[in-house]
Design a protein around this ligand. Sequence first.
Ligand code: NAD
Length: 472
Amino acid sequence: MSAVNISIIGAGSAVFSLRLVSDLCKTSGLHGSRVTLMDIDEGRLAAVQILASKLAEEMSSSLQFSKTVELEEAIEGSDFVINSALVGGHSFLERVRSIGEKYGYCRGIDTQEFNMVSDYYTLTNWNQLSYFLKIAEMMEKHAPNAWLLQAANPVFEGTTLIRRHSKIKMIGFCHGHYDVLEVAEALGVNKAELDWQVAGVNHGIWLNRFRRNGEDLYPLFEDYASSYECNKFKPSNPFNVQMSPAALDMYSFYGLVPIGDTVRNSGWKYHYDQQTLEKWYGSPWGSPDSEPGWKWYREQLGEVTGATLALAKAIEQFPDVSLEKLITEGSKGLSSDFTREADQLYDKDSMSGEQHIPFIDAIANGNSARLVVNTLNEGVIEGIDDDVAVEVPAIVDKDGIHVEEIDPVLPERVIQWYLRPRILRMEWALEAFMEKNPDLVVEILLKDPRTKSFEQARAVVQEIFDSEGWSE
Ligand code: NAD
């Protein structure tokens, strides 16, 4: 058993932080660990510290929490640094999006072919990318042996950028691959019997292996697809897109099932306008990345943030009250996903699904785990450069990360028509960022079907980069 020093940057993201703390409480090998919570928002930070301490106390786990607004203080002496900060917050993303919309770019200029996820800004959120490098640099100085676990988006651009420019040990995580289980459930396959692999890049992963006891289950999916009635698809919430008509249509073109956020990160065919979105992702939202879908998500986030602050206040005033009871009662009015989430916090048999704590337990204690990780390709996926971050399954243990052989390999259709174009966009975005050159962003926009003139692209980029206080 190893007690370790973990710092969480952007810890004010309450749902994420409490998931991690709950996982820590359920991981006996990490009891005794010290957790430093860091955020620039002192109100959110104080609330998370109160809730985290109470949660650990109620779950009888000996964890110590401290808080700071100083990045350096958080990193100093850490063994593991988890970054979940969103520099500028959602309001920054909305501001940039609204400038884009003013110039005719529906859902903003960062919404691009194969990158439709609404908080995954690659073209304009240079402050976020700069912060990634700042954390890495600070780790080189103050915690050179520590691991950086990247949760903040864009994970694809971020992992590639940090790994190319820093020597620190680093890994990116996303939870989208769990939707493999949704595919299994839809087909009536027992999840425990499943032999699966996914491979690709973050938000662009494909179900390359789908077997049970050596039997290929793709024919089962084929049967499902051939009797599928698109007009009957009714999502339970905007994120419920794994078995949407868009996913099945992508399967028919690419030959593999797209998994998780890959279904959102599709082509313009599915995203032209609200009517098109609803056709492919179901009504009434048409995916989380439509105007109503993202509004739904922001409202849920707002409610959760408000509830977190209120809960922390209640605990501060009445320290003996049960947090478990308050959370269970309080989550009843929220969507079923958040209610399930609240129930899971105290359920000792159920981890949150975030991979950070199992990763730390594997590295620190040798409790090996099969995880899906973002790491440099280094020959894993044929046809992709070595220094590009890929998302692939790996066994993690005390000796590090052992990426699985991708078998069967991804088809050419996925490599040539999805991954390579997405990788090229990542390279363009990183070059624009590294050179701090907005002209390159204009050049990228010229390839966007929404651009009708050079003047339109130049004007939108100029207004975005003139209007914001860039840190560089
Ligand atoms: P949020 O705005 O609710 O929380 C982010 C936190 O970062 C806030 O508390 C904010 O105060 C803090 N912050 C801002 N600037 C900071 C700085 N300079 N230093 C330290 N903290 C700072 O955002 P969110 O919705 O929780 O999303 C956070 C990030 O996680 C986003 O990039 C989002 O895309 C990403 N995300 C990743 C996954 C995944 O699986 N990898 C899933 C969901 C969200």
